[in-house]
Structures are given as structure tokens and as C-alpha cells.
Design a protein around this ligand. Structure first.
Ligand SMILES: [Zn+2]
Length: 226
């Protein structure tokens, strides 16, 4: 019999253990199919998978509330998903990676400002919410596509939720840099080379804004601490 305590520590340990359970691997697919799926498939896939804030809840949370409403977000997401290669699309549409999208302004300075993929649930029944935040205020469709693909690369690779990242700052930096680089490499491999370049440029800009430009290597990947 398993003894359950009501202590918060046991609960926390359970949540970390759950977050670390791997989801079944889905990449690489047995056969690569780089054919873009097109807008009809994209619309079908996105049906019921996108959540929005209510218009009145956007007021005061962003200088561009109009970028977060369904009429603005849905067509952009359709254009992005339409460019997905068939193999990636099939993994997502089959439910082997169950994804929802949530259009939401950045809510604090410490939360990831552009976008974030948040996994929850055990490895064999995990869902991932891709929060689209500042990404929606970037008007360039190619960079937007790069961000969506990048977050889905974290999903495909089943990168764990922050609760399961190492506590110790050095190990944490190392783990997050490694995950970023894996996601950037996978987007390249999927065929989004130019988009990944645009994204690396954006990441460098953001790092420099925070005076952390030295975290980015000349090829645009993240410096992994030694
Ligand atoms: Zn990332």
C-alpha cells in the first residue's frame, strides 16, 4: 500500500516525477514527407484547438489588444500550420502530441515574453499548451511561423516542464541551453532553415536587450556552459 502524506513536499516530488516521465518518441518519422499540408488541413487541425482571452480582458494588458483577438490570430495560425510538412502535421493531427494554442499577452516581466510550450500530465497522456504571447505582436509572418515551429519542436522533443528543470543555476542554464539548441536544430531538420535564422536573429536581439548577448554563439545557437 502506498502511504500518501498530505505534505506539500511529497506532492511536489510527485509532480516532478510525472513531468520527467517521457512521452513516446515521435521523431524522426519512419518516412520523411516535407510536402506543406496547405490551408484546408490547417483549418481542420486548428478547429477547437485555439483559446483566446475575452476582448474586455485584453484591455490594459497590452498596447496591441487587436493582435490577440480571434479574427487576427486564427488566420495567422492557419497560414503557419499550412506550411507544416506532412510528417509533422500527421504527428500532431493523430494526437501523438496533443497540442492546444492559447493567445495571451505577456502577463509579467518574468514569464517568457514571446511564446512558451507548457506540458502537463503523465508521459502517456500528456498535453501541451503553446502560449502565443509577444509572438502575436510581431507582424512578420515568417518570424511568426519560426516561433510556432520552434515551440512545437519543444513539444515533439517532449522537453519537460520547468518544474522538472535542475534547481542549481549552472545545471539549469546548461539544461535550458541544450533544450533550446535541440529545438533550433530540429526546426532546421524539418526544413525551416530560413525561418530558424530569423528566429535566431530575434533571440540575439532579445538577449542583447537584456545585456546577455554573450549567451548566443556566432552561429545563433545558445552557449552551453561548460
Ligand atoms: Zn525555445
Amino acid at each position: 500500500m502506498q502511504v500518501r502524506t498530505s505534505s506539500g513536499t511529497a506532492d511536489f516530488a510527485d509532480r516532478v516525477a510525472e513531468a520527467l516521465e517521457p512521452a513516446p518518441p515521435v521523431w524522426p518519422p519512419p518516412v520523411r514527407d516535407p510536402t506543406p499540408v496547405g490551408e484546408a488541413a490547417a483549418e481542420r487541425y486548428l478547429e477547437g484547438r485555439v483559446a483566446f482571452e475575452r476582448a474586455e480582458d485584453l484591455v490594459g494588458r497590452t498596447t496591441r489588444p487587436e493582435a490577440y483577438i480571434e479574427e487576427a490570430v486564427r488566420p495567422r495560425l492557419v497560414r503557419a500550420v499550412a506550411r507544416f510538412p506532412r510528417d509533422l502535421y500527421d504527428i500532431l493531427a493523430s494526437g501523438r502530441r496533443e497540442v492546444r494554442f492559447h493567445a495571451q499577452p505577456p502577463f509579467s516581466r518574468s514569464s517568457p515574453s514571446i511564446a512558451e510550450a507548457r506540458p502537463s500530465g503523465p508521459g502517456n497522456a500528456r498535453t501541451y499548451v503553446v502560449f502565443l504571447r509577444g509572438a502575436l505582436e510581431i507582424d512578420d509572418d515568417s518570424t511568426f511561423l519560426a516561433i510556432v515551429v520552434h515551440e512545437l519542436c519543444h513539444v515533439i522533443l517532449d522537453h519537460p516542464a520547468p518544474i522538472a528543470w535542475p534547481r542549481e543555476p549552472y545545471e539549469r542554464r546548461k539544461a535550458t541551453a541544450r533544450m533550446e539548441n535541440e529545438a533550433l536544430r530540429l526546426a532546421d531538420e524539418m526544413g525551416f532553415k530560413e525561418e530558424t535564422w530569423a528566429l535566431k536573429d530575434l533571440l540575439l536581439d532579445l538577449a542583447q536587450e537584456r545585456q546577455q548577448g554573450d549567451l548566443i554563439l556566432p552561429d545563433g545557437s545558445m552557449r552551453e556552459p561548460r
